[in-house]
Design a protein around this ligand. Structure first.
Ligand code: GLN
Length: 454
């Protein structure tokens, strides 16, 4: 598959041929279930003229269906472009196909979509990761050049790691959330999934920047990164010892070897600890569900998408539409979110979670004031078997290395560094100070080059 850099040089005719090829290949790889269109037996969109970029089904593209892989949004058509899509189009790219995902971006395995599961292109008995599993599987299976996903607690970095791609979550507020269907507004961020760090930088440059339509957009200077990419900078990197220790033996070994290589190439490596991740999980699943319960209240059967039939009164309409429209995990989170926000429990859970969030953020800032980047695992293991998580808690524990970055609002990237004995990808995660995406991409490119040239 050609890189985005090469694609930028193609003529309109060549781009048309490329899109046809992608479409044909996607049909052959239908069993992976990377695109929503494949479940619906229709072609991927080829209506625009730019370089094709696959889009997660929770980012609005004007006149396209937008369903967040949920039954409740069946029939809804986005009336406008998300700001990230508008920027994409202005920079020579065009949306190409809707990628499958966990319903409303809640999950880490892309097994809860209304359309069906997405499978891991490296090994079809494994999950693709999630919630942006379709976006990652499409790039991993060479049926997309690059894709957009969203990352609330790891949903770009983790599936990218499972599908052997680069997953980049910019700092909170760097990419506009306008037109991204909200899950947890204080954590959500659009990110990129690509074949390489250089492509991540190209795609990031095309979508990022201040947007007055998003009140949480970062109103600070944004400079493009690609023309300044420099893998030769020598960086001081803090490796998180207590997290690396927690990963499974193969992941741990691969990360320790990567650190040795970084050191041999002139980077300074220092080992330090972060807080116990039990605080991350507790704080994240309280804050994310609290915000989700509020954000998802808009899906009432009246305003968007699908409405239940045989309704007797207004209450019946709400109850039936929501009961029929949402899947189990989404309902579980709405219930949990309402509970932690209810009077009597608000102080005990929600306020406490906000305090834990401040603590986590402070700890990161303390470490980042003493280094350029932080290094740690993305996932405790490589891609796990389909249907292997038996309880919601089992599943939530898969997120231990990704969610704290969102709680702290930082930028982070997952970069492939090794394979396990089954041939599944292992990635390392690099984290930067808020808005220092340039250093993050420089360090990631250095790591990628070291691994490729070993
Ligand atoms: N797995 C996490 C969750 O289920 C993160 C999801 C995401 O980043 N969208 O909430």
């Amino acid at each position: 598959m050609i890189s985005l850099k090469q694609a930028l040089k193609l003529s309109q005719d060549e781009l048309r041929v490329l899109k046809k090829e992608l479409n044909e290949r996607a049909k052959k790889e239908k069993k992976i279930g990377a695109y929503v269109e494949q479940f619906l037996d229709c072609d991927l969109s080829d209506s625009c003229d730019g370089i094709p970029v696959a889009i997660k089904d929770n980012i609005s593209v004007k006149d396209w269906p937008l369903t967040c892989a949920s039954k409740i949004l069946q029939g809804y058509i986005a009336p406008y472009d998300a700001s990230a899509i508008k920027n994409l189009k202005q920079n020579g790219f065009s949306p190409f196909g809707r990628c499958n995902m966990d319903e409303f971006a809640m999950g880490n395995a892309t097994q809860s979509s209304y359309y069906g599961k997405t499978l891991n292109p490296t090994n079809l008995s494994k999950v693709a990761g999630g919630s942006s599993g379709g976006s990652a599987a499409a790039v991993g299976a060479d049926i997309a050049l690059a894709s957009l996903g969203s990352d609330t607690g790891g949903s770009v970095r983790q599936p990218a790691a499972f599908c052997a791609c680069v997953g980049f979550k910019p700092s909170y507020g760097r990419v506009s959330r306008y037109g991204l269907a909200a899950y947890s507004s204080s954590l959500d961020q659009i990110g990129t999934i690509t074949k390489s760090v250089e492509d991540a930088s190209i795609l990031y440059d095309a979508i990022a920047g201040y947007d007055e339509l998003d009140s949480t957009s970062a109103k600070i200077e944004f400079q493009k990164t690609h023309d300044k990419l420099n893998p030769n900078k020598k960086l001081r990197i803090i490796a998180i010892k207590n997290y690396i220790e927690k990963a499974n033996p193969e992941v741990k070994q691969a990360l320790m070897q990567s650190l040795d290589k970084l050191k041999a190439n002139g980077h300074e490596i220092v080992f330090k600890d972060l807080l116990d991740f039990k605080y991350d999980i507790a704080a994240y699943y309280i804050i994310a569900t609290a915000e989700a319960s509020a954000n998802l209240s808009r899906y009432d059967g009246l305003r968007y998408g699908r409405r239940a039939e045989n309704i007797e009164n207004l209450k019946d309409l709400y109850v039936k539409s929501r009961s029929e429209g949402f899947g189990d995990e989404v309902k579980r989170r709405i219930l949990l979110g309402c509970f932690v926000l209810s009077s009597g429990y608000y102080d005990a859970y929600y306020i406490k979670a906000q305090k834990a969030r401040a603590l986590i953020k402070n700890k990161y800032n303390e470490l980042l004031s003493d280094c350029d980047l932080i290094f740690m695992p993305v996932t405790p293991s490589t891609a796990f078997d389909l249907n292997s998580k038996k309880s919601p808690i089992d599943s939530y524990l898969e997120d231990i290395f990704t969610i704290s970055v969102n709680l702290a609002g930082l930028g982070a990237i997952s970069v492939p560094v090794a394979k396990d004995k089954e041939g599944l990808n292992i990635s390392a995660q690099l984290i930067c100070k808020a808005y220092d995406e340039q250093t993050l991409l420089d360090g990631a490119l250095s790591l990628e080059n070291i691994i490729k040239n070993q």
